[in-house]
Design a protein around this ligand. Structure first.
Ligand code: DAH
Length: 346
């Protein structure tokens, strides 16, 4: 390098500046290496400059020597930094190196509607055609709505069957959707035609045929002049639509405190067409709901005139209907959220 009459220290400063910009402008490992050889190599610019040290007057040697070492150190640090920047950029722009093309592809999730929701939606749709709307009520209920208003005294054996989870202050997890009947009647005047789907809770075991939380769908119709014939024809309309034309309906006398008279509704087995199979236990019939004419005591409880109004009510288990329809052998499958099971209902 030409000395131009400048001191060695001034020239070392210049080498420093040029070296730093050469290293910083290097765009790949080769260019960094070229800069290293040119500036830091054995016969590079710094070595050359430092070889002139011996010709300096003794008093200038220490300071110039220190400058040389500092410049060398700075260039080495800059070089390492630049190299790591270049390597990081190369790794980021080469993602293909981390993809294993031999791995099996990821299956995409096919969405679907839960079989119980599907049954509930269908029931609501069919009853909508004969004037029913949908109502909801809370899962945490008062014992008045769950039992008393429905003519079930708390010490009545029917309340035992509904052993449930009691919370503080006369609150409980509702054991059926029937309390929504009371809530709708307290909030509205007749005529009423509602369906109330929702979760219910009982102290039942968790096994193939029981779950402590399960769905019900409640129906209630109240008006002047509703009689048993209207009740039967509404149920028959639903059965024909849901289970198929030609399905027959049978009413068996039963007992529920909130209906009088009460009936259990059976339909001809939709799996064997009534000829008898394992699902209908050879009877040809499958029970699908509890039902009846609303007991006047329920009207009295909610402040309706029981001389003026009549009505019918029914309660179904859409989970049970889904199990029969889709031949689901274990109720737990409905509630475990297993994707490989649910995907079949896409
Ligand atoms: N709530 C009853 C139960 O959980 C089912 C039921 C029966 C509902 C008859 C009704 C009805 O509305 O009329 O067992």
């Amino acid at each position: 390098m030409a000395t131009d009459g400048r001191s060695l220290r001034e020239r070392l400063e210049e080498i420093r500046q040029r070296g730093i910009s050469a290293i910083r402008s290097a765009t790949d490992r080769d260019e960094v290496e070229q800069a290293r050889v040119e500036y830091l190599g054995r016969s590079g610019l710094i070595s050359q400059a430092m070889s002139e040290l011996r010709d300096l007057p003794v008093e200038e040697k220490p300071e110039t020597g220190q400058t040389g070492n500092r410049v060398k150190g700075e260039l080495e640090t800059t070089l390492e930094l630049r190299l790591s920047e270049i390597e990081a950029a190369a790794a980021a722009s080469a993602p293909t190196t981390s993809v294993d093309l031999t791995l099996p592809g990821r299956r995409s999730w096919r969405d679907g509607i839960h079989p119980v929701t599907r049954v509930i939606d269908e029931i609501c749709e069919i009853f909508r055609e004969i004037g029913f709307t949908v109502a909801t009520g809370p899962e945490i209920e008062s014992d008045w709505h769950n039992f008393t208003a429905l003519n079930i005294p708390l010490d009545h054996p029917a309340a035992d069957m509904h052993d449930t989870f009691y919370l503080a202050d006369d609150r409980l997890l509702r054991t059926h959707t029937s309390p929504v009947q009371a809530r709708v009647m307290l909030a509205h005047e007749p005529p009423i035609r509602v369906l109330a789907p929702g979760l219910c809770f009982r102290r039942d075991p968790w096994d193939a045929s029981h779950a402590p939380a399960f769905e019900q769908i409640e129906g209630l119709a109240v008006d002047e002049g509703i009689d048993f014939i209207e009740f039967r024809s509404a149920i028959d309309f639903f059965v024909q639509r849901f289970f198929g034309a030609g399905t027959r309906t049978r009413f068996r006398p039963s007992y529920f405190p909130f209906t009088e008279p009460s009936a259990e509704v059976d339909v001809t087995c939709f799996l064997c067409d009534g000829s008898g199979c394992s699902t209908c236990k050879g009877t040809g019939w499958i029970e699908i709901m509890g039902s009846g004419m609303v007991n006047p005591a329920v009207f009295d409880a909610v402040g309706y005139d029981s001389e003026k109004y009549t009505g019918y009510a029914f309660g179904m288990g859409p989970g049970r209907i889904a199990m029969l329809r889709y031949r689901i052998p274990d109720i737990r499958l409905l509630y475990e959220g297993d994707v490989s099971f649910l995907e079949q209902f896409g």
